[in-house]
Design a protein around this ligand. Structure first.
Ligand code: ZN
Length: 363
């Protein structure tokens, strides 16, 4: 059999053409019902397109128009198969799609096995450095709203953030100097909020909360800068991101892969993790060392963080236990002081600016 019936679509209009298909030695010849030649497709250029099982649907490889030809008669379809090696009626296309689904399933299974084998903390440790800065910022923003709500226990709303203009300007000047010295991929944003504890915390991506209680306890701008430098250390080391990945676990991992953290319980869980869990002693020591290095780079007082820690018992970050005269605090203070190197020192703020920062929550 060398001729058969088919339906041809020219790809430009939706008109179905009932056509006669002739199997010439090197090509398919397609003619309209009146026997006028429409197109000629060399066998080597045929490709099979996805179609229901009873139908052979062909296209022409490299054709700009989305032309297609449908053959319903199985015997005639078989004749075309015999001439066109490129045409594979066993379903290469479907098989390729199925392979992709299998690959994804294997990937998901492998990651589950990896989590079971290494545990979530180790995965978080390995995964956090791979999170792109833009994604980390998005994660920080998603968590931020929850964190702010949880910190603002008196429901002050907009007034929760201290915005005295002169104080704000002084804080911006101080943070800018640290930020320039740090050279992080994302900007650092610090705000002072109305909380009485002498604490500070950093969110993934660079948002830093300094509690009013810390400003109250500080005796100079370098002590505030030292604590903020410690928080920038957590941002640079991605400790917040690791914490969120560990605390909120798999649901968050998958949320991150899908690029969707907003909404759902995962964000609430992540915010609680940020506020309630504490970093390991190693992470704290690393952030202290980072702060000492950053303060030196910014020409600040490298010992100021140690002075501040000694004053507040070593408990920055809300989740940390406040243990006055705890040996761990003494060890941290000693370690920071050991790292302190003599070098040029410029105060972060002048007298008037420091007074303004002290009054940032006033009015
Ligand atoms: Zn810390």
């Amino acid at each position: 059999m060398t001729t058969g019936a088919g339906i041809y679509f020219d790809g430009r209009t939706s008109v179905r053409h009932d056509v006669r298909v002739t199997l010439a030695p090197d090509a398919l010849r397609i003619e309209d019902a009146e026997g006028r030649p429409l197109v000629q497709w060399p066998y080597a250029e045929l490709e099979e397109l996805a179609a229901p099982a009873h139908l052979l649907r062909l296209g022409r490889r490299g054709s700009a128009a989305l032309e297609r030809l449908e053959i319903a008669d199985p015997a005639f379809a078989h004749e075309i198969d015999l001439r066109a090696h490129e045409v594979d009626r066993t379903g290469t296309l479907q098989r390729r799609q199925r392979m992709r689904v299998i690959a994804w399933s294997l990937g998901a299974t492998a990651s589950l096995l990896a989590v079971a084998w290494f545990g979530v903390p180790a995965i978080a440790e390995r995964l956090a450095p791979l999170v792109p800065p833009a994604l980390e910022r998005k994660l920080g923003e998603a968590v931020d709203m929850q964190v702010r709500g949880m910190l603002d226990t008196r429901n002050a709303g907009a007034a929760f953030e201290c915005r005295n203009p002169a104080g704000r300007a002084a804080l911006d000047k101080l943070v800018k100097r640290l930020e320039t010295a740090a050279g992080l991929p994302s900007p650092v944003r610090a705000v002072v909020v109305r909380r009485d504890e002498p604490n500070a915390l950093a969110l993934p991506g660079g948002q830093i909360y300094v509690f009013g209680g810390l400003i109250a306890k500080a005796d100079n701008a370098d002590e505030v800068a030292g604590v903020i430098a410690h928080e920038i250390g957590h941002v640079a080391h991605r400790d917040g991101t690791k914490g969120v990945l560990q605390g909120a676990g798999l649901s968050f991992l998958f949320g991150m892969l899908l690029g969707d953290f907003v909404g759902g319980g995962a964000v609430v869980l992540a915010a609680k993790t940020v506020l309630q869990s504490s970093y390991s002693r190693e992470a704290e020591s690393a952030a202290d060392a980072y702060a000492a290095g950053l303060m030196a780079k910014a020409q600040g007082d490298t010992r100021a963080l140690a002075t501040m820690l000694a004053k507040i018992g070593g408990a920055t970050e809300p989740g940390m236990k406040i243990l006055l005269d705890h040996p761990e605090t003494n060890a941290r203070v000693a370690a920071i002081n050991r790292l302190a190197v003599p070098g040029p020192v410029r105060p972060f703020l002048d007298g008037a600016e420091w007074t303004a920062l002290k009054r940032i929550c006033a009015g």
